[in-house]
Write a protein that binds this ligand. Sequence first.
Ligand code: ADP
Ligand code: MG
Length: 262
Amino acid sequence: MRPVLELKHVSHVYVSEKEASLAIESVDLKVQPGEFISLVGPSGCGKTTLLSLLAGLLLPTEGEMLFHGKQVKGPSTKVGYMLQQDYLFPWRTIRENALLGLEVSKQLTDNAGERMEQLLADMGLDGVADRYPHELSGGMRQRVALVRTLMASPEVLLLDEPFSALDMHIKLQLEDLVQLTLTRLGKTAVLVTHDLAEAAAMSDRVILLGSRPGRIRQIFDIPPDIRELPPTAARRSAGFQDLFDSIWSELEAEEGEEADSP
Ligand code: ADP
Ligand code: MG
């Protein structure tokens, strides 16, 4: 199968007036259609940088970033980006927020309203379209943000710590809901998270990054019996603790080496 996204020997250097710093070095990564992958690793290892490269918001300093085999030259509506903060506009209703992307890109068609209502219903948000963001809980707002991202019909969703500001039980519910929705819609997803259990429970593959410079340290293929379960059930399944421990110990080793280096 041809990958949806492919990074080929990608390095990224941030350049400021004073210095240049190598954030990502020589990363090779293929993301297959319909795959759900997570990026984990110590703070500052380049997870957000990698996601921005996949989004076309940053261009590689070296190497190539491909979308369906074609070189990426900038952001595309085919690749949706969702952040930890929901960035809903407080003065717009949920409906107006959810349709914002289409409005800006002048793709607002007659059936968009219907599609939005359906997506809101899928997300358990019936009847909120005329409310304002401050009337909703954090978990509801994140679901609206996901609806807004999905309204642009992206093939790929890039999610940067979308659940990390939420209470544990809301976060668990959202993990199930998001995984179910993305699978049903056949979306490809790349999730950045600092929560190793979340990564292991939601993904087909977990990519552990190492620091200074950011690079791929290890890739964990999640066993099929865990992969097939919804995240909350995966967390309770027989092999989950061992899987978690193996990712955890590799992350600890990475952090140890980081602390030892000058
Ligand atoms: P993570 O998301 O894993 O915490 P980031 O991708 O945000 O890591 O950052 C990776 C490295 O690049 C860090 O050392 C960070 O300080 C640096 N960095 C990130 N953004 C910028 C920027 N805009 N300018 C300069 N350096 C940056
Ligand atoms: Mg980050």
